[in-house]
Ligand binder design. Structure first.
Ligand code: SF4
Ligand code: SF4
Length: 62
C-alpha cells in the first residue's frame, strides 16, 4: 500500500506546506502549491497542516 498526496484547487497559496515539507517536495506554480511525487516521502505533514484542507490523501492498495 502506498500513500500519495496531491494539492487540489482549494489552495490559498499560504506557503505553510512548503515550510513544513522537509523533503523540499513542494513548489508553487500559477495554480498554487504542487507536490513532486518523486521527492515526496509520504510523511503527511503538509496534509496534516494545511488549514484550507486543500491537500488530498490518495491511498493506493495495489
Ligand atoms: S498549506 Fe494548503 S493552502 Fe497553504 S500553500 Fe499548502 S496546499 Fe496551499
Ligand atoms: S507528504 Fe511530506 S514529503 Fe510529501 S509533500 Fe507533504 S510534507 Fe512533503
Amino acid at each position: 500500500m502506498s500513500v500519495r498526496y496531491t494539492v487540489t484547487r482549494g489552495c490559498t497559496k499560504c506557503g505553510w506546506c512548503v515550510h513544513e515539507c522537509q523533503a523540499d517536495a513542494i513548489a508553487f506554480d500559477r495554480e498554487g502549491a504542487h507536490i513532486d511525487p518523486e521527492s515526496c516521502t509520504g510523511c503527511g505533514r503538509c496534509y496534516d497542516n494545511c488549514a484550507s484542507e486543500a491537500i488530498e490523501k490518495l491511498v493506493d492498495d495495489g
